[in-house]
Design a protein around this ligand. Structure first.
Ligand code: ZN
Ligand code: ZN
Length: 104
């Protein structure tokens, strides 16, 4: 089972393009097949970190839509994963409802 990294809806395989597509039409996120399995695994590990760590202090904000409350502003931090060869990830936190999510 593969979840959309943006909205966490189920993704389905488009056999014509061989890409995974988010089934939510308002999201429409597309992932190339093949790198999916890796991302899903890493996501499961990283979610623990996101939940247990709190984002505090004065942080930069960015105009981005919160998937929960549709607020259009969130703070963000760059988080380097343990392995040095992995890219740093950006973690967003909604300024309104404090919902957190991450982006690659
Ligand atoms: Zn989606
Ligand atoms: Zn929100």
């Amino acid at each position: 089972m593969i979840l959309c990294p943006k909205c966490r809806a189920l993704m389905r395989l488009n056999r014509e393009t061989n890409q995974m597509e988010c089934k939510r039409p308002d999201c429409g996120h597309i992932e190339p097949k093949g790198k999916e399995a890796k991302i899903t695994t890493r996501k499961r590990i990283d979610r623990k970190i996101v939940v247990t760590e709190s984002i505090e202090g004065t942080l930069p904000t960015v105009k981005i839509i919160c998937e929960k409350c549709k607020n259009n502003e969130a703070t963000w931090v760059i988080r380097q994963t343990r392995a040095a060869d992995e890219p740093a990830t950006r973690i967003y936190q909604c300024t309104k409802c404090k919902h957190k999510w991450r982006e690659y």
